[in-house]
Design a binder for this molecule. Sequence first.
Ligand code: PMP
Length: 291
Amino acid sequence: MKIYLSGQLVDESEAKVSVFDHGLLYGDGVFEGIRAYHGRVFLLKEHVDRLYESAKAIALEIPMTRGEMARAVVETCIANGISSGYIRLVVTRGVGTLGLNPYLCKKPEVIIIAAAIQLYPPELYETGMSVVTVGTVRNHPEAINPRIKSLNYLNNVMAKIEAINSGVLECIMLNPQGHVAEASGDNIFIVKNGVLKTPPVWCGALDGITRRAVMGIAEDAGYAVREDVLQRYDLFTADEMFLTGTAAEVIAVTTVDRRTIGDGTPGQVTLDLQRHFKEYVKVNGTPIQAN
Ligand code: PMP
């Protein structure tokens, strides 16, 4: 496998970063997870834009233009013969001292990995998945804003540990006010009386690229879509519920805290959106081809 590492494609065995990199020492950096489908990098511009916004929010200056970054992603796919797969784009603060001061880190490191995708078990897409609410509260927006896709994912990792220890693969994270924020690695939607509802990002959610795409697809398909503050009550009484994310795509949730959502099977709106999404990914991406 060839890895893009600060301007060069190097062999996997050569792709090494310093133990003094603040990405490692402090989780100081930003990242993106991107899908490639059928020879296209899905919504590449949107992902690159979000990466630069995350970087801006932590005062990290990425040493290349957005265009150069997008090109580097495509080149990394070409170098690895990837036409469908998963791309991890990472920008670390770079090498610094053992102290926190990010201004002493002179050169951010840019890493791009293009590999196969690891998915939820396929049967979960048939049956829907079970989730639990966890005690780990989503980061306060004025501590680390959940809109920043930072390398500091301990908040999500702690939540994931609770989910797995409870025997499920995903969880519902609440914000400090007790409102529904998001899952540990996905956004949350419910369907109630034919209306799609998802928490606004200010409730403590990442501005998910899949979330945005699904909101657009749903509107085009004639559904009403609303950003709404959601309480656990809204989940328990929803007709349908599903999660969205780059890796998960659109996946139904059929139980929350062992309570059945709707009739306990993936709902009709969810199934319809899954069908639309499969078509959408075929045409909305940057072609993986040489310049
Ligand atoms: N929330 C969190 C915390 C995430 O890490 C992700 C991405 N895995 C998402 C939501 C979904 O975002 P996207 O659709 O852009 O992948």
